[in-house]
Design a protein around this ligand. Structure first.
Ligand code: FMN
Ligand SMILES: CCCCCCC(=O)C(=O)O
Length: 368
């Protein structure tokens, strides 16, 4: 006899690729939760374009190279990871599985890769950190209440987080029509527990689009470059900014002393009709000239997508929905399996392009 929890920890038969998890995840979620987790902004052009753009890049195979003693290890900010595929910050994971972020972080530990924990996690940042043996990074939404923000950073440092990822592409929520049509609201019992006690409560995600924005208090308190200087004065942790899509912003970030940049359009959830992340990566890499590490997320569904991103200038990638669908389907085991599939596909792609290590992956391997 299997308990309901154990059913939520079993990998369904016949899963061969990350995309195979999607229908199982869909079955296990309410229509409202699915709208929030799978959906994007407005007409969802960017959501789809992130994936479609990878298909327009071609990989050139290479033959007869020495592949002995190969690996996918990488070092970032003095931290070692077994593979360049991180778990992106994703809010409210208990909405899709009772163990939520606590399951995801176990999976990150099992595959010895990084996880970025969302400010809007549904488990406490301390409880998540206690579950792991790999370096964790904390994703920061700078809050209108700056004192509270300072305290969040102090808590993240005390809990052992090893980098701050400041998300800069969502001073307001996107126009989430799919969520509106489904009537999405956070279910009872799911909340951003790390924001408890804040003086200015965050607005519920699905209502933000209904309010007047320009000239209102929300945007008056929105983060600016000045806030990044303030963050720098508060912490010695490496600071990355997530949500850069323009070479000029990337150059400015480097000039401001930011330690890393995540090329991201928030998985198509903020400003619709932005280009795919993979299509702006080379331009941003050119502006950054290797001065700080670049990471990329959005639309990664195959190991070949990862190889393309690394070839065009990223040192690592992050995935969002793929591991969320693994989590919804089979908890920690599902997340670990998704990460394993992506890594196995990356290794196959590396072998077939003659790359022994990540350093061997370069622009000559891809073309449009
Ligand atoms: C349900 C959901 C919640 C998210 N929550 C956050 C968040 O709290 N903070 C953040 O910086 N990004 C958040 N993101 C964006 C992801 O970090 C990431 O940029 C995106 O999912 C990458 O695209 P992909 O889902 O195609 O891999 C969220 C994405 C999803 C799907
Ligand atoms: C004002 C932005 C709220 C976003 C909440 C979580 C998130 O990032 C998401 O994509 O959803």
């Amino acid at each position: 006899m299997t308990s309901p929890l154990s059913k939520l920890q079993q990998i369904p038969p016949d899963i061969a690729a990350v995309a195979d998890y999607e229908p199982f995840a869909r079955q296990r979620m309410s229509e409202q939760a699915w709208a929030y987790m799978a959906g994007g902004a407005a007409d969802e052009f960017t959501l789809h374009e992130n994936c479609a753009a990878f298909q327009r890049w071609r990989i050139r195979s290479r033959v007869l190279r020495d592949l002995s003693a190969g690996h996918t290890r990488l070092e970032l900010f003095g931290q070692t990871f077994d593979c360049p595929i991180f778990l992106a910050p994703v809010a409210y994971q208990k909405m899709v599985h009772p163990e939520g972020e606590l399951a995801s972080v176990l999976a990150a530990s099992a595959v010895r890769t990084g996880m970025v924990v969302s400010t809007q996690a549904s488990a406490s940042l301390e409880d998540i950190a206690r579950q792991t043996q790999v370096p964790l990074w904390f994703q920061l939404y700078i809050q209108p209440d700056r004192e509270f923000t300072r305290e969040l950073i102090r808590r993240a440092e005390a809990a052992g987080y090893q980098a701050l990822v400041v998300t800069v592409d969502a001073p307001v929520n996107g126009v989430r029509n799919r969520e509106q049509r489904a009537g999405f609201v956070l279910p009872d019992g799911i909340e951003a527990v790390n924001l408890r006690g804040m003086r200015v409560p965050p607005q519920p995600a699905s209502r933000i689009g209904d309010n007047v924005l320009l000239g209102g208090p929300l945007l008056a308190a929105a983060p600016t470059w000045r806030d990044l200087q303030w963050l720098r004065s508060l912490t010695r942790l490496p600071i990355l900014i997530k949500g850069v899509m323009h070479a000029e912003d990337a150059s400015r970030a480097v000039a401001e002393g930011i330690n890393g940049i995540i090329v991201s359009n928030h998985g198509g959830r903020t400003l619709d009709t932005q280009p795919a992340t993979i299509d702006v990566l080379a331009e941003i890499a050119q502006a950054v000239e290797g001065r700080v590490p670049l990471l990329l997320d959005g639309g990664i569904r195959r190991g070949t997508d990862i190889l393309k991103a690394l070839a065009l200038g990223a040192e690592a990638v992050l995935v969002g929905r793929p591991y969320l669908f693994g989590l919804a389907t089979a908890g920690a085991v599902g997340v670990a399996h998704v990460m394993h599939l992506l890594r196995a596909e990356l290794e196959a792609a590396m072998a077939l392009t003659g790359c022994r290590t990540l350093d061997d992956i370069g622009p000559s391997l891809v073309s449009r």
